[in-house]
Design a binder for this molecule. Structure first.
Ligand code: NAP
Length: 278
């Protein structure tokens, strides 16, 4: 029977620990850690994700400041809002919900977030520092996945990890984090040839494709560790888990695997940022 990598359970225990850290911080500083969230436009999924992040802050006693900008927002307007938050000492972390409307230069917006407030790990500077093994907040989803793997003592060193997807917030940092931990990493993308053959050799498979059940369970090697970062409205991920779970030694369920770890990593890094400036 495969081990279920239960992100929901781990995230809950991390939140319980955070409650104590927030309380101590309040007593020492007289302040409350604060995450600023920015939602641009009216994408309903993005609105739900931002709401979930705000709710998580409330559960651990942190504050969240919700900033909502219209669909027509320009890059300059967004950069001005971020600059204001960078300069506001009461703000410990800034989350800009991805994706932003097409007219906005998302990379410029991400990169305008001050490194010490980049608790979602989206800046080029943070990525570069992480890649070089320097201190930086990791991109929340892959950093959450690493925590989950570590919690369940999944061996990474020397393993062949196949990451399907190379987005700046997920696939690329995921591959780099696995490489930092001495996995041998193959990164797959839309131009990759013979994906099934590559996946069938993997000791660790990470699905970050953005297409429901795109990775077939039959492609997964017996005994592999299966991480499904995808989430779709039909409550499935990027991997066909009904079959993959019968072959894997361990797997992340959807929902209840990677998603809760993303949020818990975001609020943990907000706490870290607050403590760093105590
Ligand atoms: P994305 O920006 O759309 O990137 C998708 C990646 O998949 C791209 O690198 C793309 O390759 C690759 N791809 C597309 N078609 C492919 C194919 N046929 N074969 C191999 N690779 C292919 O998506 P994302 O933001 O990384 O998100 C990926 C998934 O994770 C989505 O399901 C999303 O909902 C989920 N997600 C979950 C969380 C969470 O907290 N649980 C957070 C973020 C995202 P190219 O680069 O060549 O285009």
């Amino acid at each position: 029977m495969a081990v279920v990598l239960d992100g929901k359970k781990l995230a809950k225990s991390i939140e319980e620990e955070l409650l104590g850290r927030v309380e101590k911080f309040k007593q020492k500083s007289g302040r409350v850690p604060l995450l600023a969230t920015i939602l641009v436009g009216n994408d309903p999924s993005s609105a739900t994700y931002v709401k979930m992040k705000g709710n998580a802050c409330a559960r651990v006693g942190m504050l969240s400041r919700r900033i909502e900008l219209p669909q027509s927002t320009t890059t300059k307007e967004l950069l001005d809002v971020i600059e204001g938050l960078n300069n506001d000492p009461s703000v410990n972390g800034i989350l800009l919900q991805h994706p932003v409307p097409k007219q906005i230069d998302e990379r410029a917006a991400f990169d305008s977030i001050a490194l010490e407030k980049d608790v979602d790990g989206v800046t080029c500077l943070g990525f570069g520092r992480m890649a070089m093994g320097e201190r930086a907040y990791g991109s929340a989803t892959p950093a959450g996945i690493m925590k989950l793997l570590d919690h369940y003592n999944i061996e990474i060193e020397g393993k062949l990890a196949v990451v399907v997807g190379r987005s700046p917030i997920l696939g690329k940092p995921m591959a780099q984090m696995l490489l930092n931990r001495n996995a041998t990493v193959v990164i797959c993308h839309s131009k990759t040839k013979d994906l099934p053959a590559l996946i069938s050799q993997a000791d660790i498979v990470v699905g970050a494709v953005g297409r429901p059940e795109f990775i077939k369970g039959e492609w997964v090697k017996e005994g592999a560790v299966v991480v499904d970062a995808g989430y779709h409205p039909e409550k499935v991920g990027d991997i066909d888990l009904t079959v993959a779970a019968t072959r894997a030694s361990a797997y992340t369920p959807v929902p209840g695997g990677v998603g809760p770890m993303t949020i818990s990593t975001l609020i943990t890094q907000t706490m870290d940022s607050a403590e760093a400036h105590l």
